[in-house]
Design a protein around this ligand. Structure first.
Ligand SMILES: [Zn+2]
Length: 273
């Protein structure tokens, strides 16, 4: 089995996790900027975090033969502080041209507040101006449907090319809107919230899977860095072919991420888009 982990917060994971992922067949890992489990109190905290995402973590991953890529932003939770958010937006250009930076993410909404929408629009503007890919976080539980609609409106109004935007954490009640708008959709596999392997594969079976990917979104909380390969086992159990599994967990993320010319998988892996 080979797979790409398109959404993992590796700064909060152990070296054992790297070993397990590579052993299970992981050939590239992508890390969106996000909340660190606490609110940072100054722009300097973000400058250090962006250095970690663009310099330090790629070096740590390389020790396991794993190419590491990142996305940059201030997450929606901390965007509530407009002053801090503007300060962070102003330093993103310092890091945007680092070779492992895929684009802007994971931006989006958390509580669907006015300030979050404002900073989401500013991020989208930066991505459009610099012709970069976009990774979008959608809110949790009862806020998800409303937030997804707001997000789709902002992206449409900004003239974003839908095929260059992935909207993450979709569930049964939001996946159709995202795919119908022409975007890519990410299904997040969590032990207790978001999707289980069975729910994820139900969605894959129900919708055309060409613009879907799976991710673990593993972070500092209760989460599983092996959620993607474990879900591949669920597909195998249901009788999906090896080619269909490979397309979903390797081919699809490869196709989306290769829109950034610097994206690559581990040297030992063949594979074409
Ligand atoms: Zn995340």
């Amino acid at each position: 089995m080979r797979y790409i982990e398109p959404h993992a917060h590796m700064v909060s994971r152990t070296t054992d996790d790297y070993t397990s992922m590579v052993t299970a067949g992981c050939v590239a890992v992508c890390e969106p900027a996000f909340w660190a489990g606490f609110d940072r109190c100054s722009v300097d905290g973000f400058r250090d975090y962006f250095r970690q995402l663009t310099e330090i973590e790629p070096r740590r991953a390389a020790r396991y033969g794993l190419p590491h890529f990142s996305w940059l932003c201030i997450n929606p939770k901390e965007s509530e502080d407009l002053g801090l958010a503007e300060d962070v937006l102003s330093i993103i250009p310092e890091f945007l041209d680092k070779p492992n930076v895929l684009g802007i993410g994971e931006i989006g909404l958390n509580k669907n507040s006015r300030n979050e929408v404002k900073i989401f629009e500013r991020h989208v503007q930066i991505a459009v101006e610099n012709d970069r890919l976009i990774l979008v976080h959608t809110p949790h539980l009862e806020d998800k449907l409303k937030g997804t609609k707001l997000i789709l409106d902002v992206l449409r109004n900004a003239g974003v090319r839908p095929g260059r935007t992935l909207i993450d954490h979709v569930e049964e009640h939001t996946v159709r809107q995202v795919l119908d708008a022409g975007h890519w959709a990410g299904i997040t596999l969590y032990p207790e919230s978001k999707a289980t392997p069975a729910r994820a594969i139900d969605m894959v079976e129900q919708y055309a899977a060409e613009r879907l990917w799976l991710n673990s979104a593993c972070d500092w909380g209760h989460s599983d860095p092996l959620a993607v390969p474990k879900t591949a086992l669920e597909m195998r159990r249901r009788g999906h072919s090896a080619a269909a599994i490979d397309a979903l967990i390797f081919g699809n993320p490869l196709r989306f991420l290769s829109q950034y010319s610097g994206f690559k998988v581990a040297d030992h892996v063949g594979g074409s888009v």
